[in-house]
Ligand binder design. Sequence first.
Ligand code: CTP
Ligand code: CA
Length: 227
Amino acid sequence: ALFDDAPKPLQGKRAIVTSGPTHEPIDPVRYIANRSSGRQGHAIAAALAKLGADVTLVSGPVTIADPDGVATVHVESAREMLAAVEKALPADIAVMVAAVADWRAADSAMQKMKKKPGEAPPPLLLAENPDILKSIGHHQSRPALVVGFAAETSNVEAYARDKLSRKGADLIVANDVSKAGVMGGARNAVTLVTKDGAETWPDLDKTEVAARLAAWIAGSLSGAPAA
Ligand code: CTP
Ligand code: CA
């Protein structure tokens, strides 16, 4: 805004953020999806923009509004999400927050599948979706800072550390979704896992997690120690 003279440590930096679930069609009326409101990813896109970054938000289907000051691209499936992320490259920062469906229907039907009296339900054959974080983490135009999320229900830090190395990320923000109210809720308690160690933040509003993460990213790109 015109009179906003807040510091802009990410001025001139480009960021890509994914958010929300993906929907994988089974037929024209049915889909496979993960639970995700998009709240955390959208808040991170807004927080990066507030620090001056030029942000492209690639969002799966959500009911929340596009954040102000961010270029939002709407997609449905994981394959569409990957294509939109690659189209937004090159970037300095990638933050992959989307709850991407790991599998899609191997063949989605062009016509609505109908129940047939007396017949058993049809089997659902699955195919693996592309791993967007992993492909960006190993991309030839890899952003300088690649951040992933990990929603876990157990062994949170160990699984996060495994994802950090497998996916080529610099930071994994891990959260324990076995705790009531995280999925779809307003608050989040996260552990930041890097190759150097782990740091657990208190239970915070998702907008506060986003603000702190944006500041952490700005500090990391400036070479300063994380706050
Ligand atoms: N992710 C992605 N594309 C996928 C799957 C996951 O970009 N096809 C990203 C998520 O956005 C998140 C990170 O990878 O930043 C971790 O996602 P998660 O589902 O926890 O990891 P998976 O590798 O799918 O492992 P699993 O679900 O088996 O725990
Ligand atoms: Ca997964």
